[in-house]
Design a protein around this ligand. Sequence first.
Ligand SMILES: NC(=O)c1ccc[n+]([C@@H]2O[C@H](COP(=O)([O-])OP(=O)(O)OC[C@H]3O[C@@H](n4cnc5c(N)ncnc54)[C@H](O)[C@@H]3O)[C@@H](O)[C@H]2O)c1
Length: 378
Amino acid sequence: MKTLNIGLVGYGFMGRAHSNAFRKAPKFFDLEYQPVLRAVCGRDAAKVKAFAARWGYETCETDWRKLVERDDIDLVDIACPNDMHRDIAIAAARAGKMITCEKPLAMNGPEGLKMVQAVEKAGVPNMVWYNYRRVPAVTLAKQLIDEGRLGKIFHYRAKFLQDWTISKDLPQGGAGLWRLDVKVAGSGVTGDLLAHCIDTALWLNGRIDRVSAMTETFIKQRKHNLTGKVEKVGIDDACAFLARFENGSLATFESTRYARGHKALYTFEINGEHASIFWDLHDLHRLQYFDHRDEGRVRGWRSIHVTDGDHPYMGKWWVPGLQIGYEHSFVHQFADFLQGIAAGKPASPTFRDALQTQYVCDAVLKSAKSSRWQKVAA
Ligand SMILES: NC(=O)c1ccc[n+]([C@@H]2O[C@H](COP(=O)([O-])OP(=O)(O)OC[C@H]3O[C@@H](n4cnc5c(N)ncnc54)[C@H](O)[C@@H]3O)[C@@H](O)[C@H]2O)c1
């Protein structure tokens, strides 16, 4: 087995999800590479040391530049806030490292394009962690669509609802709350949540041609944790947009952090000429499927429990009927990445794939400002 030395930047929510994937992937999948947790980087030396001890990283860094320059690192994994993705990715590409980067790829399209150019110039394998593609039920949806079972697609409907920023007393900025600070996040729910919905949609249903959007910032000012001052809030708290896909289908997308009672309600529904599909993150191991070609007397929505050996990825886990969860999507994505580099075929979404999501986000934010339909850059 070849070794793959990993250097992780950021040890928060995604640092944990990725570390778990690095550990689990070679245990459950047949891989030519053995991931080695060589180094983890964070700014707080004591915290990064504790993280390294818990997850088994061999060494620590407090400056990502040092990590990127190290000769004993093959893959730089970017799991820190959005405003840092570009500089780390470009430096890592120049140093000839493979790169896996969290979503959204960048703060905006032009920044994302520079990252794409850097990895393509360096010729280094690259991937963005749009992990929902690797939920077995979502991968099954892709298979059913690609087999033509839905026929011509008429509608795509997606939403991602949360409720954690409703309080006006919630500050913005700093650890844990960087998502509310536009200078660090780039945007609000558009880049954070809708980016996931858009990535899945582009994968399942092809290119989006144009969008018409509205956004709202319900709480206009919040205390900033880093300055201690009350500052203007620059992110979108909620966003809804209409879209036209190149294949002629119509779409609605909605996301908010102000939907009381919802924590991470990501759902999508696709309606085709012959069949429809519905998926819900809260019930992620099920795919709802309706096929009009079924015999009329027994026709109806079926709830497919995506846990059988012939379902995507499931043959590698437990026995049929036993379900897996959120963290497994990262395990699958990393296993696909390792299989991709072994075969010389990059696993999707690459930086270039993820740039298209960035372009849709840019068009959405531009449309919300101009109150006009916007074409999505190609
Ligand atoms: N794929 C997904 O489903 C998913 C889910 C959550 C977050 N994300 C993305 O992952 C990224 C990280 O989000 P998170 O939720 O893990 O955030 P987090 O706040 O939990 O963790 C961020 C980490 O980055 C570190 N960091 C910040 N500045 C740094 C610096 N200068 N040098 C080194 N480390 C630094 C922080 O110390 C922390 O460990 C974001 O881009 C986010 O959009 C993706």
